[in-house]
Design a protein around this ligand. Structure first.
Ligand code: TYD
Length: 212
């Protein structure tokens, strides 16, 4: 059994199935009486959810990468202060759908914001908090966008970028995962949902040497 708070983030491109996998994982942890919370970015707090609307709804070009990053960072600071850090201090597992690495990839590596500035802002204003484990759900963008298009969403600002954008996002996430291989595990998310879930559970068990 897990004794101390653990911070697990899920990252990946559009339609990689993060939210589905997180809810199955949460169900399993609840059945096993493992204390945990699930949360997401942008969002997680009331203000964060308001910032989420600004970021994810509307025209593609309504904000540039710099303004986007500052909004994501503001949402992240509130999220850490009010939700993530208190839960970790209370020895809970925190499972977060996207975190800092999404800013590094989307606004930084793809959007052109200097990665050093992103990290500096994170260290200065976001408590220098990094995940213990990051699971990258690596999906072929064609498969991912196909999954997403099955539903009608109004939070589709990022999905409306061109296909090359999503291919670049996938490539850059893989680069980031290789750079931080100590805390990253890459999951093949082209598979069906049960297969992906088994892989996620295996990785969590091995990474923390725990039984689930
Ligand atoms: P969401 O609907 O949660 O997409 P997904 O289901 O693919 O996670 O939308 C989150 C979007 O916000 C997604 O396109 C990635 C983007 N994003 C950033 O660009 N930077 C960030 O720091 C975060 C947290 C998200």
């Amino acid at each position: 059994m897990v004794e101390k708070g653990l911070f697990i983030t899920f990252e990946g491109g559009e339609g990689s199935g993060k939210s589905t996998q997180i809810s199955i994982l949460s169900k399993l942890l609840t059945e096993q009486n493992v204390r945990h919370i699930i949360t997401r970015e942008p969002g997680g707090t009331e203000t964060g959810e308001q910032i989420r609307k600004i970021l994810l709804q509307g025209n593609i070009d309504k904000l540039d990468s710099y303004s986007e990053f500052l909004c994501f960072a503001a949402s992240r600071r509130e999220h850490l202060k009010k939700i993530i850090l208190p839960a970790l201090s209370d020895n809970k597992i925190v499972i977060c759908d996207r975190f800092l690495d999404s800013s590094i990839v989307y606004q930084g590596m793809v959007g052109g914001v200097d990665e050093d500035i992103i990290l500096k802002v994170h260290d200065e204003f976001c408590y220098k908090k990094y995940p213990d484990l990051t699971l990258l759900l690596n999906v072929n963008p064609k498969i991912g966008l196909g999954r997403k298009n099955k539903t009608t969403l109004d939070e589709n600002r990022f999905e409306n970028f061109k296909e090359e954008f999503h291919e670049l996002v996938q490539k850059k996430f893989l680069e980031l995962a290789h750079k931080h291989i100590d805390r990253y595990r890459v999951i093949n998310a082209d598979n069906d949902k049960d297969f992906i879930f088994n892989e996620i559970i295996d990785q969590i068990k091995h990474f923390f040497s725990i039984t689930l």
